[in-house]
Design a protein around this ligand. Sequence first.
Ligand code: F3S
Length: 276
Amino acid sequence: MQIQLAENYGFCFGVKRAIKIAEDNKNSSTYGPLIHNSKEIARLEDDFQVGLTDSHKVFKAGDKAIVRTHGIQKQELEELKNNNVNVVDATCPYVTKPQEIAQNMSEAGYSVVIFGDEAHPEIKGVKSYATNGALVVTSSKELQDIKLKEKIALIAQTTRKVEDYMEVANYLIPRYKEVRVFNTICNATFENQEAVLNLSKKADVMLVIGGKNSSNTKQLFSISKDNCADSYHIEDEKDLDFSWFKNKKLCGISAGASTPDWIIQNVIDTIESKID
Ligand code: F3S
């Protein structure tokens, strides 16, 4: 069986940047997981003594707090700074951008609509910047019974599919006087999505490697599954089931934006050691 990697996969610019920041700030802690990959977080803890806390309240004056890639809520950031915590910001610049848009458009009197997952840390953060509040939706259906202001600013979670975002924009545009649609979808996600689409069309079996809580890995898996019925979302080589590869000629591999290369390589090595 042949193994082929997607043309683009794995770590994106924002994650590489955040890991470098963490490695450069030994003996500190991140508030919330730096990235959505528990194994890489364990490596940072073991090799660089970068800890993890689930509350910003544990930091005291003089402590070093790394703000994770997905960003945190505005009020929490302000609290850390007011408490003289040494804040090291590893928020991806592609996440800082929608935060700024949410703040500016909210202050300018627009209804801010965010297309994304309300429970995701990125969206909790972006929403907190909309001074006058924001509505978070996952499809246009959720907008049907809601009356918004005449001026709307539409923002997407960085990892959303363009087609789904357009569906929400298409609903709003004919119904409101002014709809400003900001393309806040991250290119890294888009490139990985396009590559998994192309590969899953020709592969007999597809593996999408990434954390089970990683939103962009789930998106890649959903695209893969649409084109290749034998698609599997795995976190690492331990999730492999070798019966998947029986009578298969081409195994395609993609990985989420927070999956390190060493995990991908472990998967490939494990398959190659068991399958001809
Ligand atoms: Fe940033 Fe895009 Fe990665 S938003 S963290 S570069 S997927």
